[in-house]
Design a protein around this ligand. Structure first.
Ligand SMILES: O=C[C@H](O)[C@H](O)[C@H](O)COP(=O)(O)O
Length: 232
């Protein structure tokens, strides 16, 4: 499949940052999956680390591969988090949440000494916004919250936002690991991502949004024959 080798090469490069004794945030998605698989191989060879999964999906994967896990409530330090992204710009600003895991991903990234993003080149953008921005909202009042999210994006300079509730099987809203809904905000371009993050965070009913600003300090872009590491 397209980009699989690039994704895996980014994940393999991230393994270089792992050291014995670390507590590691385990990201969610098809790129982070390669990191968990490669980490599991290192653990089988004797590496001593433990993981904090960013989703139930990743928890199940890590458990199936024998990666020791610890609940976040039992952790006082996370040394490193390795996660994918839906978009990454030249300032290491991200859109995340395409897999609906953004809330736990952001809690864990924010609690980590270092967040490393792993991605294939298709995720690199000049300006965020082509990928619909996921916003996690409480089911209570979500139609009103959606209108306020629209207003917030307009206030942040998004010209014509379109907000869709993300549906799953049976055309019903998908439920996140946190029991919430996801609004997918089609923006085309987000001209001022920090401003959009600020405006969205002030909307009651918004639990979290998929703009990750100032969290990632290392971005690894995989290629067919290796990976490039960018430090911010
Ligand atoms: O909620 C999902 C996460 O934010 C993922 O990290 C993101 O969607 C990227 O996933 P993938 O590596 O599958 O493109």
């Amino acid at each position: 499949m397209a980009n699989e080798r690039e994704k895996e090469n980014a994940a393999i490069a991230a393994i270089e940052f792992v050291e014995d004794g670390m507590t590691i945030g385990l990201g969610t998605g098809s790129t982070a999956k390669y990191f968990v698989e490669n980490l599991a191989e290192e653990i089988a060879d004797g590496l001593m680390v433990r993981g904090v999964p960013t989703s139930e999906e990743t928890r199940r994967l890590a458990e199936s591969l024998g990666v020791p896990l610890v609940p976040i409530e039992h952790v006082d330090r996370i040394h490193l988090t390795v996660d994918g992204a839906d978009e990454v710009d030249g300032h290491a600003q991200l859109i995340k949440g395409g897999g609906a895991a953004l809330l736990r991903e952001k809690i864990i990234a924010n609690a980590s000494d270092l967040m490393i993003v792993i991605a294939d080149p298709s995720k690199q953008v000049e300006m965020l916004g082509q990928f619909p921005l996921p916003v996690e909202v409480t089911p209570f009042g979500y139609t009103i919250t959606a209108k306020k999210v629209y207003d917030a994006l307009k206030a942040a300079g998004v010209a014509k936002p379109r907000i869709d509730v993300r549906n799953g099987p049976g055309n019903k809203p998908i439920i996140t690991d946190g029991g919430n809904y996801i609004l997918d905000c089609h923006c085309s371009v987000i001209p001022d991502a920090p401003r959009a993050a600020f405006e969205l965070a002030s909307v009651p009913g918004v639990v979290e949004h998929g703009l990750f600003i100032g969290l990632a300090r290392t971005v690894i872009i995989g290629q067919d024959d290796g990976a490039s590491v960018f430090e911010y």
